[in-house]
Design a protein around this ligand. Structure first.
Ligand SMILES: Nc1nc2c(ncn2[C@@H]2O[C@H](COP(=O)(O)OP(=O)(O)OP(=O)(O)O)[C@@H](O)[C@H]2O)c(=O)[nH]1
Length: 247
């Protein structure tokens, strides 16, 4: 029997831990079991029980205190994640060999982990070797997506994770309850967005001609990327992308 994993990603404070806590409640109401693994070596507290916690292996605080390393918080986190990647046997032991498991991996918010550092991809590959079916869940705070250029920036961050991890991915806008009624109405169009009309709507916000040109160029790039995903047969990824960005 395969096991299932969600890699829960997104910028700091986007709602990853809240998502995991909510999923636990949701699974409980369905009478199904789900477990959470904390992969943030700098986490302070969370409102759910964890089956494994990376802080048992390594903590950012300890790394920062090491006088021979002299890392700050971000360098310390990268060091911890690389140490984790070199010690996957710790995770294997913590996960055990129960079949039909459903596990959420609550990840750190540093975007570099999903853009150019290899550790998250190594984690995905390792989980796949252990017969997990893995999908990505990328969260972005909806308050930062009400204007079109911010939306595009969120899309680019999600896209970086999709490109580097190569797994099916669901992108989620969080904290919708904090939006004003006007912003809620505004954001509805992002659920089925037509980029070019969005840019027309926001032509007052984007004053600089150069910035507008750059935004258009990025949109064109995303559109081409989506087309090439379909061409190379990665339909799942292309469809995920089109959920957010129907070009
Ligand atoms: N109103 C509201 N608040 C939310 C929601 N999701 C998260 N929050 C709040 O946003 C803050 C950050 O949420 P977390 O779940 O800790 O975010 P995170 O992505 O795990 O944060 P880091 O681990 O620091 O990267 C907390 O105060 C949450 O209570 C939401 O849907 N609605």
């Amino acid at each position: 029997m395969p096991r299932y994993a969600q890699i829960v990603m997104g910028p700091a404070g986007s709602g990853k831990s809240t998502y995991c806590a909510t999923m636990i409640q949701h699974f409980e109401s369905l009478n199904r079991s789900v477990q959470v693994v904390n992969l943030d070596p700098a986490a302070e507290h969370f409102d759910y029980p964890v089956m494994a916690d990376i802080r048992e292996l390594i903590q950012v605080e300890d790394v920062m205190e090491d006088q021979s390393l002299r890392f700050g918080p971000n360098g310390g986190l990268v060091f911890c994640m690389e140490y984790f990647a070199n010690n996957f046997d710790w995770l294997e032991e913590a996960l055990g060999h129960v079949e039909d498991d459903y596990i959420l991996f609550d990840c750190p918010g540093q975007i570099e982990l999903y853009t150019h550092l290899p550790v998250m991809r190594q984690l995905v590959e390792q989980l796949q070797q252990w017969e997990f079916r893995v999908c990505g869940v990328f969260l972005v705070d909806s308050q930062f997506m009400v204007e079109s250029f911010k939306f595009i920036s969120g899309v680019m961050a999600a896209l970086s994770a999709m490109v580097s991890l190569e797994i099916p991915q669901i992108n989620i806008m969080t904290k919708m309850d904090l939006l004003s009624p006007k912003a809620k109405k505004e954001i509805e169009k992002y659920l089925d967005p037509d980029m070019y009309s969005m840019m027309e709507d926001n032509s007052d916000t984007i004053r600089s001609k150069k910035f507008k040109k750059l935004t258009e160029a990025i949109c064109e790039l995303v559109r081409r990327f989506k087309t090439s995903l379909f061409q190379i047969g990665s339909e799942e990824s292309a469809q995920t992308l089109s959920c957010w960005f129907d070009l």
